[in-house]
Design a protein around this ligand. Structure first.
Ligand SMILES: *Cc1c(COP(=O)(O)O)cnc(C)c1O
Length: 295
């Protein structure tokens, strides 16, 4: 087993809206796990990398967009735990601070046109079929090992929360929370907020990972603000206000939309008075580097 144990802190956030609606809101600070192997990305990699070690693989091969938190996490974790790393990056060649950091951690990048990028297994076969050191990691760390790591968020909780909120890209984190809830025989509701347009597909992705046990899932698909990494002026000012009022930094791609959703649901009285609510801060703050001009 890799020695990198985490147990992120939980802190209470106090805002007038929460007092008004008579709820208590807590944040599990997975953003504090590591600056680059951030939040749910470490949780998703943990069992994946352990399996790679068990199979004597020394090269991690993965996939992501040009601002991918998963690529950066894999690059840094690879350097930390002694793997080489290689990534197929979606789209034409570009440079940005996240990709620069990936390279700094030693990751080799291969820009891949969007059509070919869709066939991930085919790409892997084409480049690495003869390389017995290579280990395939799906985009965003999606998969059963990722889900298992994310379920440990629930194992770490010392208190019961009726409502747990998380942002969704692939749905692995939400599946992990549901798995953890079932495993621990809890009845918390997981409120999953897809950050992509047409987010109801997340329900199917979660079902593939967790065929039973989605009774506690609620998907909120109306908070994508136009699509992945898209923002609106009200989202940007929300992120600004929340950060200034709490000292907890959000970014607009994932956690900003997540907390925006929570506040909207509270304002519409969709969350019962008296509830204890947990927000999972999944990190990803390097995503801000590409968005500072929007503030
Ligand atoms: C990658 C990421 C997510 C998405 O997690 P999934 O498990 O793919 O749904 C959420 N929040 C942040 C900050 C991320 O970087």
């Amino acid at each position: 087993m890799l020695r990198f144990d985490v147990h992120s802190p939980v802190e209470e956030i106090r805002l007038p809206l929460y007092t008004e609606k008579n709820v208590r809101v807590f944040v599990k600070r997975d953003d504090l796990i590591h600056p680059y192997i951030s939040g749910n990305k470490w949780r998703k990699l943990k069992y994946t990398l352990n399996q790679a070690i068990q199979q004597d693989r020394t090269l991690l091969v993965t996939f992501g967009g040009a601002w991918s938190n998963h690529l950066l996490a894999t690059a840094c974790a690879g350097a930390k735990f002694g793997f080489k790393t290689f990534a197929f990056v979606r789209g034409e060649e570009v440079d940005n601070p996240v990709l620069k950091l990936c390279k700094l951690f030693g990751m080799q990048l291969k820009f891949t046109d969007r059509q070919r990028y869709k066939e991930k297994e085919t790409l892997f076969e084409e480049y690495f079929a003869k390389d017995s050191n290579a280990y395939f990691i799906d985009e965003g760390g999606y998969g059963p090992h990722g889900m298992m790591g994310c379920s440990e968020v629930i194992d770490e909780l010392n208190e019961y929360y009726e409502h747990i909120f998380c942002a969704c890209g692939t749905g692995t984190t939400a599946a992990g929370l549901l798995h953890g809830i079932n495993k621990n025989r809890l009845t918390s509701i997981v409120h999953a907020v897809p950050v992509l347009k047409g987010g109801s597909f997340i329900g199917e992705e979660i079902a593939k990972l967790l065929p039973n046990g989605q009774e506690n899932l609620q998907l909120h698909t109306a908070y994508h603000c136009g699509g992945y990494a898209k923002t609106t002026p009200s989202l940007i000012s929300f992120v600004k206000d929340f950060t200034q009022q709490t000292g907890v930094l959000l970014e607009p791609t994932y956690t900003g939309k997540l907390v925006f959703a929570l506040h909207d649901l509270l304002a519409k009285d969709q969350i019962p008075s008296g509830s204890k609510i947990l927000i999972l801060h999944t990190g990803g703050l390097t995503g801000l580097l590409g968005m500072l001009d929007r503030f």
